[in-house]
Design a protein around this ligand. Structure first.
Ligand SMILES: Cc1cc2nc3c(=O)[nH]c(=O)nc-3n(C[C@H](O)[C@H](O)[C@H](O)COP(=O)(O)O)c2cc1C
Length: 274
């Protein structure tokens, strides 16, 4: 047995960080992360561009963040699957930052959007749905951060049986059955993932040797130009795949709607077969 920490354990030890130590980061740390960012790909083959922005230089701040010196912003050309690709790629980068011991938080709403878009030199046809501050986590959470976490019940997640299904949406998958199929940690890595307003819009139907990922839509997340909850599903896809790889499985990405009947507010996104 390797003593390498599994992806799931690493993901479990992450939380959103909104209070930083105010000391910034060594340039070499930022450079390392930036170099890593340039290598990131996603199974949709849609490029996501990351920018590392000095907060002071660009006059950037967020009402929920304290003590940050840098932000990472990410842009993508709007097209089919852009949001899921974006979620997958940005989650890769933020998990790398977490592995390096750094704090981050997805910010898709609580920011002066125009300022961030200008600093990111957003072009026609591109969107910049989210940014994240990057830095060293402060030793104590700020009051605002504690309140914010309470507001979205950030320390809780929906039950396994509410998110995962066995063959069809009318048959919840229980943990025991997931365990017997060797899927429990890959699905847990999805369950504990971050999502906008902690809505956890991912739903997964396991059918044979395939996990089909769906988005369960809530009102107010799709402003017309992009759908924030599809980003959440991209995050879920990344976490599922990484834990599978960690366990020596060989997940193969595919987009082929299996035709499983579902409610109107549910949309098929993609699948992993193994
Ligand atoms: C796509 C996306 C957008 C988010 N937007 C914001 C935001 O605008 N402001 C904020 O404070 N947190 C934001 N979050 C963070 C979530 O509130 C957080 O992930 C969730 O409450 C779970 O908490 P945890 O990350 O500590 O586990 C966002 C998360 C995601 C995935």
């Amino acid at each position: 047995m390797s003593d390498k920490i599994s992806f799931y354990e690493m993901a479990k030890s992450r939380r959103s960080v909104r209070t930083f130590d105010g000391k910034g980061l060594e340039q070499s740390v930022l450079d390392n992360l930036h170099e890593y960012a340039k290598t990131i790909e996603n199974p949709f083959s849609i490029p996501v561009e990351f920018l590392f922005l000095n907060a002071k230089e660009h006059k950037l701040s967020s009402p929920v963040i304290v003590g940050e010196e840098y932000y990472i912003s990410a842009k993508v050309k709007m097209q089919e699957n852009a949001e899921a690709a974006y979620g997958y790629s940005f989650e890769n980068l933020l998990m790398k930052a977490h592995e390096m011991g750094l704090g981050t938080v997805w910010i898709g709403g609580t920011m002066p959007r125009e300022k961030f878009e200008n600093a990111s030199n957003l072009q026609d046809g591109e969107v910049m749905p989210c940014v994240s501050p990057i830095g060293v986590t402060a030793s104590k959470m700020g009051v605002k951060e504690v309140l914010m976490r309470k507001g979205v019940k950030a320390d809780t997640r929906l039950d396994f049986e509410k998110l995962f299904f066995d063959g069809s949406f009318d048959k919840p998958l229980n943990k025991q059955s997931a365990m017997e199929r060797g899927l429990v940690n890959s699905l847990e890595a999805v369950r504990i993932a971050p999502s906008a307003v902690n809505k956890q819009p991912w739903r997964v139907v396991i059918k044979g040797n395939t996990a089909h990922f769906y988005e369960k839509k809530d009102k107010g997340f799709d402003a017309g130009d992009y759908d924030l909850q599809k980003i959440d599903v991209g995050i879920a896809l990344y976490n599922f795949e990484q834990q599978m790889l960690c366990e020596g499985r060989k997940p193969v990405f595919e987009q082929k709607d299996p035709g499983i009947s579902h409610a109107q507010d549910i949309e098929y996104i993609a699948s992993y077969r193994w």
